[in-house]
Design a protein around this ligand. Structure first.
Ligand SMILES: [Zn+2]
Length: 193
């Protein structure tokens, strides 16, 4: 499944205040939803055990998955919208009657530094909901250990991908003067990573 995202090694600005050594084409990942169906089912089975009332996913990719998982489980879907003007903030839509006390799982496509997932958990707790689990198609680098340790909820990655990420100011690739890699994949028929 990781291959669906056409992983490319190099030096990338991940756009979340972090630099990393791996680029995933997450648009390619969502190109054919039927290919993701077995993975959506896997995520759903993990979250079913937590008796969730809702599944929340940050836009863009996480929300696509959360919508599919919520459909599978017959529970509420909550989109995490980026808060304008904030690099990492997310907000939830208004729900009639509120979501206080709801058991909510957060789903994302790829979890690297975990900024989007952490922001969604914070927003859910701020609205009185109880985050009970995080699930993702892919955990990059240290995420498998970092999410449960730092965010205080169990984490279910369907796959793990070795990679490293650093806060932009402490990026060793920048320190060594390594130029950014173009994340655009080579043309069809060219060499692939
Ligand atoms: Zn860098």
């Amino acid at each position: 499944m990781v291959r669906l995202a056409r992983p490319r090694p190099g030096h990338f600005d991940l756009g979340t205040g972090y630099h990393g050594d791996l680029w995933l084409d997450l648009d390619a990942l969502f190109l054919r939803p039927s290919r993701l169906r077995p993975h959506v089912r896997w995520l759903g089975e993990r979250l079913r055990e937590h008796a969730v009332d809702a599944v929340c996913g940050p836009l863009e990719g996480g929300a696509f998955l959360a919508y599919a998982v919520a459909d599978l489980l017959g529970v509420v879907f909550l989109a995490g919208y980026r808060s304008p003007g904030e690099a990492t903030g997310y907000h939830l839509p208004a729900v009639h009657g509120g979501i206080g006390g709801w058991r909510v799982a957060v789903v994302d496509d790829a979890v690297n530094a975990g900024t989007a997932v952490a922001a969604c958990l914070e927003e859910l707790r701020g609205r009185g909901a109880v985050p009970v689990a995080v699930a993702a198609l892919m955990a990059l680098g240290e995420a498998s250990a970092m999410v449960p340790a730092r965010l205080g909820v169990p984490f279910y990655p369907a796959s793990t991908v070795p990679s490293r990420a650093w806060p932009a100011g402490r990026c060793p690739l920048c320190a060594h003067g390594i130029p950014y890699t173009d994340p655009v994949p080579p043309p069809e028929g060219g060499p692939t990573a």
